[in-house]
Ligand binder design. Structure first.
Ligand SMILES: Cc1cc2nc3c(=O)[nH]c(=O)nc-3n(C[C@H](O)[C@H](O)[C@H](O)COP(=O)(O)OP(=O)(O)OC[C@H]3O[C@@H](n4cnc5c(N)ncnc54)[C@H](O)[C@@H]3O)c2cc1C
Length: 451
């Protein structure tokens, strides 16, 4: 089932794979947002540095061509999560997040990337009355850290988007909103090529060996040697067997409707076209497309071994509960059809935010762990990873988020078992009680924030 974003006749053809052996100053593995932003920022900072990017499939076929495409100023999975994990540095992280968004917007404008960007802000909605107090506390945080945000009561949120589920909301009006993620990724690919990056698609890194002063990456068609390697492989985690100890590859599911008619749009409202997510761990997020479809996502799942594309996600029944949540949210759209249903890999960590793993004496750095919140944070993650490869010269790459790591998560089969019980408990916690709350508390104690 093709993601709506990738289902386009103007999708660029993949570039030819690597044939033969090359050497370069910086090898980037992975053609998603992290890899592309890494390539662009590296060339912009140092035009002398030769950069090669390899992608095992085609640019944007991983998470970057599949998300909701809600863009946030936060580089720590939201302000509340940032306060939870790095209370001492949060003011600086907020500043860096806003700076990151401005940099992202500047590149989009300077290189004329038509990625359907809409800067209507982000709307966090409470779908349970018990979450309204937490929303108020979060709004206080927004005010404390200088966000231009408004707290909405039930009537206020309903006047933005008409859904009987919404009990309150925070509308953050700072530079944030939505983009067409595949158009952004393909645009970034064009920019990287214009800046002189050599890109090889259909080129999987098979192994990475430390050869002393350089690293050697083996691919089916040849080898690449480089003194620095950025592993931008997200939930696919490649390059070192230990990365997976801290990164759990879960999946999230998404639906796209057919375009809404004018009457359907009028019944929903949504005139400011914000990106929306709710306050639960098994949350739903949604946004409009340029042609007024609703993209509606959010059904975390885990397959044994962290398979990023399991067969079950190709079956229509898999999306039934997500469709049910859609019609609970928008009962007035009864009868609307879904044109696309898809899933994508999420690099979940206990911190829920980007972290960096150093391997091969610091010559290779993995940057990932955005936990489903990386459309803009990936630009920041890539910049910090480049900084770390260069010896952590900037003050931000010496902050705690860049120098420490999230907790280790147990391996299989415990990982699979724990994930199944947790997903089930999250789906049913509010309906049944019993063992579910204590279980979720125990998982929270490992570091995962669960509501
Ligand atoms: C369903 C879904 C909804 C989401 N919604 C949002 C949202 O609304 N807002 C938000 O901010 N974030 C969202 N995200 C998260 C966001 O999409 C990701 O954080 C971001 O795209 C990560 O980019 P990346 O480059 O790190 O990873 P990816 O885009 O996954 O790129 C990694 C690439 O590495 C390649 N690769 C892997 N192994 C190898 C190898 N051995 N050799 C060569 N290449 C390799 C893969 O093919 C892949 O293309 C969502 C994610 C999903 C899946």
């Amino acid at each position: 089932m093709k993601p709506f974003w990738l289902d386009r006749s103007d999708a660029p053809q993949p570039l030819p794979p690597l044939e033969g052996s090359v050497s370069t100053d910086l090898l980037i593995v992975g053609g998603g947002f992290t890899g592309l932003w890494g390539a662009i920022q590296s060339r912009q900072a140092n035009p002398e540095r030769d950069v090669v990017l390899i992608e095992k499939d085609a640019v944007a076929t991983g998470a970057s061509g599949r998300p909701g495409g809600v863009v946030s100023t936060s580089v720590m999975h939201g302000l509340a999560n940032g306060v939870r994990i790095f209370p001492r540095d949060i003011a600086e992280l907020e500043r860096l997040g806003k700076e990151n968004m401005r940099g992202m917007m500047a590149t989009i404008e300077a290189f004329r990337i038509d990625c359907h960007a809409e800067w209507g802000g982000e709307l966090t909605v409470a779908v349970e009355a018990s979450h309204v107090d937490a929303l108020r506390e979060e709004h206080d945080m927004h005010v404390q850290y200088g966000h231009n945000s408004v707290l909405l009561d039930e009537a206020g949120v309903q006047s933005e988007i008409a859904s009987p589920r919404y009990k309150g909301g925070i509308w953050s009006k700072d530079v944030s909103g939505t983009v067409h993620p595949a158009l952004l990724a393909w645009g970034l690919k064009r920019v990287a090529l214009e800046l002189g990056v050599r890109i090889f698609e259909k080129t999987a890194m098979l192994s990475l060996d430390d050869k002393g002063t350089v690293i050697e990456a083996r691919t089916p068609g040849g080898t690449i040697t480089a003194p620095q390697v950025l592993l931008a492989t997200n939930a696919f985690v490649a390059g070192h067997s230990r990365i997976r100890r801290r990164v759990v590859a879960v999946r999230d599911r998404v639906l796209a409707t057919e375009p809404l008619t004018d009457a359907q749009m009028a019944s929903v409202g949504w005139r400011h076209r914000q990106g929306v997510y709710d306050t639960r761990t098994q949350m739903n997020y949604m946004r409009l497309t340029r042609d007024n479809r609703i993209i509606f996502g959010g059904r975390l799942a885990y397959a044994f071994g962290g398979d990023p594309f399991p067969k079950v996600d190709e079956q229509a029944e898999t999306y039934q509960s997500l469709a049910a949540a859609f019609f609970e949210t928008f009962p007035q759209l009864e009868g609307i059809r879904f044109t696309n249903a898809w899933s994508g890999p999420i690099d979940l960590t206990t911190r829920m935010a980007v972290h960096f793993q150093r391997y091969h004496g610091g010559k290779a750095v993995y940057a990932g762990g955005y936990s489903g919140f990386g459309v803009s944070a990936s630009r920041f993650g890539a910049r910090i990873a480049l900084d770390i490869l260069d010896g952590s010269k900037t003050p931000e790459s010496r902050l705690e988020f860049a120098t420490t790591m999230p907790t280790v998560v147990p391996p299989e089969p415990f990982r699979w078992l724990g994930a199944q019980i947790t997903m089930y408990a999250l789906d049913t916690a509010d309906k049944r009680g019993g063992w579910r709350r204590p279980w979720l508390k125990a998982i929270s104690a490992m570091g995962f924030p669960l509501n």
